[in-house]
Design a protein around this ligand. Structure first.
Ligand code: GDP
Length: 613
């Protein structure tokens, strides 16, 4: 049979056969499936009026269009489906408890705290952690590892609750977007003096969409003018009716600041879980769950917090998390204590992975190192392929003209680097949701965890991209490379700020500039080693003041040897303090960072908006 041709090009022709392609496949992938020459598919696309190279990833629509033209039926396989198939090829099933009912034991609920900005989510998470840490541990320098577990007593019974402690729904949504269900119950925080606000509704909708029961924490009841009754009334309109009004949502009036009614809130969480959820898991199978947060640590390599959802994770297990794999070298909880094993609903910090998994990536324990590596490699390859299709989207600017005239750009290219996979992904998904219309592309060319490197600058220079450093700085020669190449590198530490600025840039508005302001410097006089907290720097404050929870960098012989550190713990004698002034001595804990020496200088800083001249 003579093959039909379009404009002189031989057209591969199907009979409606089904071709399965993964999202982000290229014409070459397509051609392989139907035994055709990739060049002929490029020609077909040209004929259809689209210039596409053979190896470039294309959108679902392009694949459909091409298939229609050649009389094939294309089936786009979603990443989740593909992953399921990948695991099946190793005879692994993810997401189900092994064995029957009799294997299931009850597990603690996993809770996310959501609500409007400034309504007290962070404060509440801190308050819960403080009032319920194991006795004796109070006052110790705990680490934020992305999740923690607390104990409470309900009806005379000891019950545990796991909190995901990245407040806000961005992280929640980013995880859900990847098909991961991390949360059993959402606590919706509403400030009683402020009432229901836009993000309250947004959070509520996210929880509803995920089919997660809600407990409402009416916060700040200590503030004058607080009106908890009004909050109840407002939320009724959104389908959350308080129990005392005949509904089935528990409302608890609290003060995160004063630590008021925190126990009642925890009790409400447990009761809501008992009433509406069947939280059980097999504790004996190979562990499975999700990665919540991960970052690269100078001393310890990839560090990931995972939430075990079923099975028990043990030191020495071989695991795959997203496209990272490795043997569990050590496990720590949020107090820095070493664990040998972790059962269902337990969050643990895992050391030993080859690289950094993404927030929301699933993890599973497998029998052999080789299996782990193969799964990880296949996932990495798929991720690369899918990257393009996923990151391209069309947006438009009101005053597109200005932008186009100024730089002749048709699209705004971004490279995102951040301190942790959770924040990078949250940022990415928020940016991709920016809705400015239909005419300009916002493309995220690359994203990753770690400092801004020379490679990032090269990529940016080659594609006119702006580099966003979220809680990270440029590393070594990257700064001079950026200057040389004229690459715009912008540093941020607040997600909303990035989004606002990018949105403003897309709209062609004036962008605020930020400058770094040094807060203080501390000279390390002595290094104390603590098995639980790592190294503590005994310091003398040389200038300014050092505040807890500010950013810092470490200088050795005048050179920056570490960036993006955080003053996690600050002590004077035996007391935790929030700041220490010039001329005083104290102790500084830099969290996971331990590479400190006598005579090193810790310089702390914050980013402030620069007034426009
Ligand atoms: P988030 O943006 O929701 O995480 O809010 P934060 O936890 O950062 O709290 C915002 C501000 O409200 C901070 O200044 C808190 O100290 C304050 N705040 C939080 N909870 C309470 C409370 O129960 N009472 C009072 N008076 N202030 C609170």
């Amino acid at each position: 049979m003579q093959a039909p041709s379009v404009g002189g090009v031989m057209l591969p022709r199907g009979n409606g056969q089904v071709v399965r392609l993964s999202r982000g496949a290229s014409l070459t992938d397509f051609a392989e499936k139907i035994n055709a020459n990739p060049a002929s598919l490029v020609a077909v696309m040209l004929n259809l009026g689209e210039m596409v190279t053979a190896t470039q990833s294309v959108t679902d629509e392009t694949l459909q269009l091409l298939a229609d033209e050649m009389n094939y039926t294309v089936e786009i396989v979603s990443p989740e489906e593909e992953d399921r198939e990948l695991l099946e090829s190793f005879s692994i099933e993810f997401g189900e408890n092994e064995g029957g009912e009799e294997m299931l034991v009850s597990r603690p609920p996993v809770v996310t705290v959501m609500g409007h900005v400034d309504h007290g989510k962070t404060r509440l998470l801190d308050a819960i952690r403080k009032t319920n840490v194991v006795a004796g541990e109070a006052g110790g320098i705990t680490q934020h590892i992305g999740a923690y577990q607390v104990a409470t007593t309900v009806n005379g019974e000891d019950r545990a609750i796991t909190f995901i402690d990245t407040p806000g729904h961005e992280a929640f949504t980013a995880m859900r977007a990847r098909g991961a269900k991390s949360t059993d119950i959402a606590i919706l925080v509403v400030a009683a003096n402020d009432g229901v606000m836009p993000q309250t509704i947004e959070a509520l909708n996210h929880a509803k969409a995920a089919d997660v029961p809600i407990v409402v924490a009416v916060n700040k009841i200590d503030v004058e003018g607080a009106d908890p009754t009004k909050v109840r009334g407002q939320l009724t309109e959104f389908g959350l009716v308080a129990e005392e009004y005949g509904g089935d949502t528990m409302f608890v009036d609290i003060s995160a600041r004063q630590g008021l009614n925190i126990d009642s809130l925890l009790e409400a969480v447990v009761l809501t879980a008992d009433a509406s959820l069947d939280l059980r898991a097999n504790a004996e199978q190979d562990a499975q769950g999700i990665a919540i947060e991960a970052h690269l640590d100078r001393g310890r390599g990839a560090v990931a917090t995972v939430l075990v959802q079923r099975g028990t994770l043990r030191v020495g297990d071989t695991m795959v998390a997203g496209d990272a794999y490795g043997r569990v070298r050590a496990m720590l909880d949020d107090t820095g204590a070493q664990l040998e094993e972790a059962g269902p609903s337990t969050p643990v910090l895992v050391l030993g992975l080859t690289n950094v998994p993404g927030a929301g990536d699933n993890f599973l324990v497998v029998d052999e190192d080789r299996t782990a590596r193969q799964i990880a490699e296949k996932r990495a390859a798929r991720e690369r392929n899918a990257a393009f299709a996923k990151r391209t989207r069309r947006v438009s600017l009101e005053d597109l003209d200005k932008v186009l005239k100024a730089g002749e750009v048709q699209q705004l290219n971004l490279i995102i680097k951040g301190d942790a996979s959770g924040s990078v992904e949250a940022l990415e998904s928020s940016l991709l949701q920016l809705d400015v219309g239909e005419e300009v592309d916002l493309r995220i060319l690359h994203r990753g965890v770690g400092a801004v490197t020379e490679t990032d600058i090269d990529l940016a220079a080659g594609s006119d991209a702006i580099v966003i450093g979220f809680n990270v700085r440029a590393e070594g020669r990257a700064t001079s490379a950026a200057e040389r190449e004229g690459v715009d590198v912008r540093y941020y530490s607040v997600i909303y700020q990035v989004i606002e600025e990018i949105e403003a840039a897309l709209k062609g508005m004036l962008k605020p500039e930020y400058e770094e302001v040094e807060l203080g410097t501390a000279e390390i006089r002595e290094v104390f080693r603590s098995s639980k907290l790592g190294n503590i720097a005994g310091v003398l404050i040389r200038s300014g003041e050092v505040k807890r929870n500010t950013k810092a960098r470490l200088l050795r012989d005048g050179k920056v040897v570490a960036e993006s550190l955080n003053i996690e713990g600050l002590r004077r004698f035996k007391d935790d303090v929030t700041e220490i002034r010039e001329g005083f001595e104290g102790g500084i804990n830099l969290g996971n960072f331990n590479d400190i020496k006598v005579d090193d200088v810790i310089a702390t800083y914050e980013m402030r908006e620069k007034p426009r001249g």
